[in-house]
Design a protein around this ligand. Structure first.
Ligand SMILES: C[S@@+](CC[C@H](N)C(=O)[O-])C[C@H]1O[C@@H](n2cnc3c(N)ncnc32)[C@H](O)[C@@H]1O
Length: 390
């Protein structure tokens, strides 16, 4: 087993991603990207920036491991927002992913699916105009949004009327899931929240407030249409950009528990598992669940913060992650690799590999602070490479 050498010097980070192949020595690459090496617009290129998602990994990191190890078919049991599946497809590899969050699966389907882009453009523009007219008519009638609970609590009445007008029109179109993603993204931006709490706002913000992000007084938004308009054009541009590199390789997305799903035969896994007690992946997109009425499987989410991070939760978490890799291993070809990206130390992956009969072929450590400008020595990401020997 090789540990990656000290790589935090001043040498330039590696960015010639397309040159990576089966012979590339990954240990020799400096993957400690600074913002200037790998700017945000590159990390969120085309469909990777289609919708916010907390806990994504860097597409270029995935690309490197796919180019190095994958031959025909790739699996990501914790597909999240679909980064692995998008990158695999662009490289012409068959891809299959699974996620416990229905919204994440919806987002991944939209990112990886083949769309009739001209029809989609007409539909996106049409629904926008019709939603605007519908909202205008509702306002003229002084209609109340007519909903209670989360939606009434987290949106100004005007914004809610606009979101509901758009939602009601979606069933009349062919690209319903794309429209749902546009609506969800607008709904995220239109919540009554501060600019610095967009990921997990604690309570609705109805009054002007001092904004820690912009260093001035900001006001919570009262409208949704400006966001619907902006994301309509952004979505179209991103889907068009990806269509130019998209291949015809098959993509499958399973909504369910990765411990139970039957994955197709594959030669490589590239994944980043959830952490213990850190992110609630259903709650993260609560607005989408509420507005779109999506089904939930919260109890099966591994590492859910609600369960805490005590000894019992930690044991359950370990067993959960291990059961996923045991399940994935059933359809992984002998000689195939499992690439696991984890934050910080994640020592459990040595023990787990041994228990599951994988060899730990390499461990790479990436310095993540460089990107965010945080003090050095604080934040690392590890990449474990397991090999199935028999
Ligand atoms: C760290 S995120 C993956 C992010 C992904 N690499 C990306 O770039 O978007 C972990 C994912 O595991 C999912 N997850 C948690 N428990 C699961 C389970 N039992 N089965 C399948 N997915 C699960 C979460 O919903 C979350 O999307």
């Amino acid at each position: 087993m090789l540990m990656q050498a000290e790589l935090y010097g001043n040498d330039r980070a590696f960015t010639a991603f397309h040159t990576v192949g089966p012979e590339t020595d990954l240990q020799a690459l400096n993957l400690n990207w600074r913002e200037s090496d790998l700017p945000q617009r590159e990390r969120t290129k085309h469909v990777h920036g289609l919708h916010p998602y907390l806990g994504k990994f860097i597409p270029q990191l995935v690309e490197i491991f796919l180019r190095k190890y994958a031959r025909r078919a790739v699996v990501d049991p914790f597909a999240g927002s679909g980064t692995t599946l998008v990158e695999a497809n662009a490289l012409g590899l068959a891809a299959c992913g699974c996620d416990i969050s229905y919204f994440n699966c919806l987002l991944t389907r939209v990112k990886t699916g083949e769309h009739d882009l001209d029809l989609l453009e007409r539909e996106l523009k049409d629904i926008l105009v019709r939603a605007e007219l519908r909202a205008f008519a509702a306002r003229a009638r002084r209609a109340e949004p007519g909903v209670t609970g989360y939606l009434a609590e987290w949106y100004a009445p005007e914004a809610l009327i606009e979101l509901l007008a758009y939602r009601e029109l979606i069933p009349g179109y062919r690209h319903r899931e794309v429209l749902q993603v546009v609506l969800s993204r607008a709904a995220r931006s239109a919540r009554l929240t501060t600019h610095f709490e967009l990921d997990f706002p604690k309570e609705p913000q109805r009054e002007p407030y001092y904004c820690r992000k912009h260093h001035r007084v900001c006001r919570p938004t009262t409208r949704a249409l400006p966001f619907l308009r902006r994301y309509t054009y952004d979505t179209l541009a991103r889907l068009r950009e990806f269509a130019a590199v998209r291949t015809g390789a098959p993509v499958e997305v399973f909504w369910g528990d990765a411990r139970e799903v039957r994955f197709p035969a594959h030669d490589t896994v590239v994944t980043s598992p959830p952490y213990l007690g850190l992110i609630d992946y259903h709650e993260q997109h609560r607005y989408a669940y509420e507005l779109l009425g999506l089904p939930e499987l919260r109890d099966k989410e591994i590492g859910r913060p609600e369960k805490g991070n005590g000894a019992r939760a930690a044991r359950e978490y370990y067993e959960g992650i291990k059961a996923v890799f045991a399940n994935v291993a059933r359809s992984l070809e002998p000689g195939g690799h499992v690439v696991i990206v984890v934050h910080d130390r994640g020592e459990m992956y040595f023990e787990m590999a041994r228990e599951l009969g994988f060899a730990v072929e390499a461990v790479l450590e990436r310095h993540v602070n460089r990107r965010t400008g945080r003090r050095s020595g604080e934040f690392f990401e590890r990449v474990y490479v397991w090999k199935k020997e028999r």
